[in-house]
Design a protein around this ligand. Structure first.
Ligand code: SF4
Length: 453
């Protein structure tokens, strides 16, 4: 496509990134490696010479969405301007060559560890008249020197502090897709965050497969607690948010730092997956019900205003009605402000996929809806209890419905996964964090007025 003799031509590139924020960072690293003298990034696929689909493949639903998106943009090759279709990320990493047979429309396949090789691979593809398959072992780890084009709004971003995972939960393919745990140095993360804050970022969301495992693979003894102590020293950083913590990695020291440091959002995302000891053991999770309840007590005692997000899997092989009822009762106890629910997805290559007593899809759906309904009642109650409080809100723009309403996110709402705040009175610029009095709420959203200071 980008044949040597046409090197001077400038190509437009559009990228669709699916899945989690960790995948989004990989996409931004890919864009960061496209030299502006040869490539122009466009948001409209119809205007793109090169379209990149950065895929997700950790469960069935995600795989289907990835395939649908690839086939959708492949239409631009048939009718439009697009001359090269690139598929990157978890789907090629997982399905390797068999994917090429399924998707003849695709010209270049790249893995989760190949983001920084994008130009080398585009040029190599140019010399080949058939699809190029370049999926290496997932060993890459970006750092503060890695070029990255931020795709999220100027005031907010994700920073990946580690890649891969060494936990091996029995239902999960991520260690196969992302490799084993590899953590960046504290210095590298601090340099990146400092540079981002200098460029106008106010909210930094720290991510990894398991942020509490940060540093466990390093010889310099780096730990999450030490990293946080350095990050809170960065001036003009307003909100530091922690996503994807593993329950037994949440130490008392970590809880103390979250409680004490104003810059660290009183917000924690701890996927628990279940509450029943037998199911947790079959999931190869390192915690049981007692440990989980002790953790919740420690968190609530030390950080009463904490916003707690978690996620559960329903329909895990062998899950009985009683075990599901135990999970439903646990959710009804009202421990969480936010809950994500997944139907167990039987993923080949995982230990759980080989287990007996796989649960019928109909039962999974019933349990999914029951748990979501129970949590929506809890969320509604918890949001209602915030009425009258004054909370910091990050103004993000105008509401989709009408530009008479500003919208934003409260410090209790993470980007892309939690609700929004609709601002009915007062004004502030986009990217500003201002005090807001909460006047009303729904399950997931808040309504309020900016408090003039
Ligand atoms: S902690 Fe478990 S569920 Fe999460 S990425 Fe690692 S193996 Fe998968």
């Amino acid at each position: 496509m980008v044949k040597q003799e046409t090197h001077l031509e400038k190509y437009t590139v559009s990228l669709v990134s699916l899945g989690c924020p960790k995948n989004l960072v990989d996409a931004e690293v890919m864009l960061g490696h496209l030299p502006p003298d040869r490539f122009e990034i466009v948001t409209d696929e119809a205007q793109a010479d090169i379209i990149i689909v950065n895929t997700c493949a950790f469960i069935n639903d995600a795989k289907e969405e990835s395939i649908e998106t690839i086939l959708e943009v492949a239409d631009y090759k048939k009718q439009g301007r697009c001359r090269l279709l690139v598929v990157s990320g978890c789907l090629p990493q997982r399905y390797r060559e068999e994917l090429a047979a399924e998707l003849p429309e695709v010209d270049l396949f790249m893995g989760t560890g190949d983001s920084a090789r994008i130009v080398e691979l585009l040029d190599a593809q140019a010399l080949s008249d058939k699809a190029l398959y370049a999926v290496s072992l997932p060993e890459f780890l970006y750092d503060h020197t890695t070029p990255r084009v931020k795709s999220s709004p100027f005031y907010s971003t994700y920073v990946k502090i580690a890649e891969g995972c060494a936990n091996h939960c029995s239902y999960c393919v991520i260690p196969q897709l992302r490799g084993t745990l590899r953590s960046r140095s504290i210095d590298s993360v601090v340099r990146e965050v400092r540079r981002l804050v200098e460029s106008g970022v106010r909210e930094v969301n720290l991510i990894a497969q398991d942020i509490t495992a940060y540093g466990a693979d390093r010889e310099d003894g780096a730990r999450l607690e030490d990293l946080l102590r350095e990050l809170v020293k960065i001036e003009d950083l307003s909100w530091l948010r922690l996503l994807y913590a593993y329950p037994d990695g949440v130490s008392d020291e970590l809880i103390d730092i979250i409680a004490r440091e104003d810059k660290i959002c009183k917000y924690l995302d701890i996927p628990l997956q279940h509450i029943d000891d037998t199911v947790l053991a079959l999931m190869n999770r390192r915690v049981d019900e007692t440990a989980i309840r002790q953790l919740l007590t420690r968190l609530r005692e030390r950080i009463p205003e904490l916003t707690l997000r978690t996620s559960f899997i329903v329909g895990f092989p062998g899950e009985t009605d009683e075990q599901f009822q135990r999970l439903l009762d646990f959710v009804n106890e009202g421990h969480f402000e936010r809950v994500g629910v997944f139907r167990y997805s039987r993923e080949e290559g995982t230990a759980a996929a080989a287990m007996d007593a796989q649960i019928p899809e109909r039962t999974k759906n019933t349990r999914y809806h029951k748990l979501m309904k129970a949590q929506s009642r809890v969320s509604f109650r918890k949001n209602r209890a915030l009425k009258g409080r004054i909370e910091p809100v990050l103004v993000e723009g105008y509401s989709e419905e009408t530009d008479l309403l500003l919208r934003g996110r409260s410090i209790r709402q993470a980007p892309d996964i939690d609700g929004q705040v609709y601002i009915t009175a007062g004004y502030a610029d986009i990217g500003e964090i201002v005090p807001l009095r909460i006047t009303d709420s729904s399950e997931y959203d808040l309504i309020g007025e900016i408090v003039e200071e």
